[in-house]
Design a protein around this ligand. Structure first.
Ligand SMILES: [Zn+2]
Length: 265
């Protein structure tokens, strides 16, 4: 997989070179744009919404700010829309962790706080990405990357196929969701586990450049959240912010391997 990753990066560089684009990497990054946000963006710049509900479940949504939108601007916009539970800067997925952890971590990669899949009848959690998106979003290609991850089995299915019995499903949509964010993953947890049917990925047509690399990066990123990963400070992971790399990193895979030890071992 990493051979493929490197060759694809090399190919992208070759294409840029042939196009006469010798500018710094940032200029070649469609997600960084030309707005004021020129520095590399760290993981805590995503915005988390956490709503603890009366029935004991917790709703969480993770938003990746679009280029030119600061996290504070995104927070203010979400609050203006009446969304409760917008977390302040530096907060991760859960303000109130209780006995639930945010581990494991490997390198700069880490699991979401208190949010993972159950195994059901299988040795590894079985997660199907149900694809409702249009052709411009390479959800199936991104799934191929995540399928390589140990510990969890990530499958692809066109949405009309429905959710296979006994498996987990993540509905994956695209649409015009405004100008604040590239992608969003939302989910409800109960006792630290994802509630079936509640995990949803939204990919924003309105601000994500309509290029394969940009859309694969955002798809890879949000699908990683849906498997239980938080952000990664590594520049070679699609879980970093901004989501320039198109692929997961070996640290992402290591976290998943630790998060989901094989049942019965
Ligand atoms: Zn994110």
């Amino acid at each position: 997989m990493f051979r493929a990753t490197r060759s694809m990066i090399g190919l992208a560089g070759l294409v840029l070179a042939l196009a006469g684009l010798s500018a710094p990497q940032a200029a070649a990054d469609p997600l960084r744009g030309t707005g004021p946000r020129t520095a590399a963006v760290q993981h805590d710049e995503a915005v988390y919404v956490v709503q603890e509900r009366a029935d004991g479940t917790v709703y969480t949504a993770i938003y990746e700010p679009a280029a030119g939108v600061t996290p504070d601007e995104l927070r203010a916009s979400l609050r203006r829309q009446g969304i409760r539970g917008v977390q302040d800067a530096g907060a991760t997925a859960r303000a109130d962790l209780g006995t639930l952890g945010c581990s494991p971590t490997v390198g700069t990669a880490s699991a979401l706080c208190g949010a993972k899949w159950t195994y059901g009848a299988y040795n590894d959690p079985q997660v199907y990405f149900l694809d409702h998106t249009s052709d411009s979003w390479p959800v199936s290609d991104a799934q191929v990357d995540w399928y390589q991850a140990p510990g969890i089995d990530a499958y692809y299915r066109w949405y009309t196929g429905g959710c296979p019995s006994g498996r987990h499903c993540v509905h994956t949509y695209n649409g015009n969701y405004g100008t604040d964010w590239y992608g969003q993953t939302s989910y409800t947890t109960s006792g630290g586990y994802f509630v079936d049917g509640s995990v949803v990925v939204r990919l924003n047509d309105q601000v994500t450049p309509n290029t394969y690399s940009a859309r694969r990066s955002v798809a890879c990123h949000e699908m990683g959240h849906a498997l239980g990963l938080d952000h990664n400070g590594s520049t070679n992971s699609c879980m970093s912010v901004p989501e320039f790399p198109q692929h997961p990193s070996s640290d992402d895979f290591s976290v998943l391997n630790l998060l989901y030890p094989k049942a019965g071992t």
